[in-house]
Design a protein around this ligand. Structure first.
Ligand code: 5GP
Ligand code: ZN
Length: 137
């Protein structure tokens, strides 16, 4: 995709600071780094979001994420590490080429995701799960 910034990075048309590269994935520094060592893991073929990943790409993305997360842990020994991955504007996605954020975390580093837990009764969870099981078939 010519107008996709991450396709441009994968192809080398747009400069980036690379951390790791293999056949299917590329890990590079996020230009908007939240904490030092903030890395993006992307898949090389254009895939807009998680819905567009086949099993091979999904496996490759997570394998690279785990490997780079372990490297971040060795290199920076952060107090924590958050995996963040957005699909769609409502979820906060701004670049529409699938990627995972690996963000080294520290107490009181200012990064926040509010989590408005509803704690529904188990019967409601059963209804929700049945809907998903049907969708998986
Ligand atoms: P999203 O909001 O889609 O999860 O995250 C997109 C991320 O891509 C942002 O954190 C932003 O800083 C990063 N980003 C956007 N354009 C570029 C770029 O040209 N180079 C790099 N390295 N990161 C980018
Ligand atoms: Zn792309």
């Amino acid at each position: 995709m010519n107008d996709c910034v991450f396709c441009g990075i994968v192809a080398g048309r747009i400069p980036s600071t690379k951390v790791h590269e293999d056949e299917l994935t590329l890990a590079f520094m996020d230009i908007g780094e939240v904490n030092p060592g903030h890395v993006l893991v992307t898949v090389k073929p254009h895939a807009e979001n998680i819905y567009a990943l086949d099993g091979r790409l999904a496996a490759a993305a997570f394998q690279t994420a785990a490997r780079v997360a372990q490297a971040i842990n060795r290199a920076y020994a952060p107090e924590g590490l958050t995996l963040y991955q957005a699909n769609g504007v409502a979820a906060g996605q701004t670049v529409f080429h699938f990627h995972l954020h690996l963000v080294p975390r520290y107490n009181n580093d200012g990064m926040r995701l509010t989590w408005p837990a509803k704690n529904p009764p188990r019967v409601q969870l059963e209804v929700n799960a049945a809907r998903l099981r049907a969708a998986l078939e």
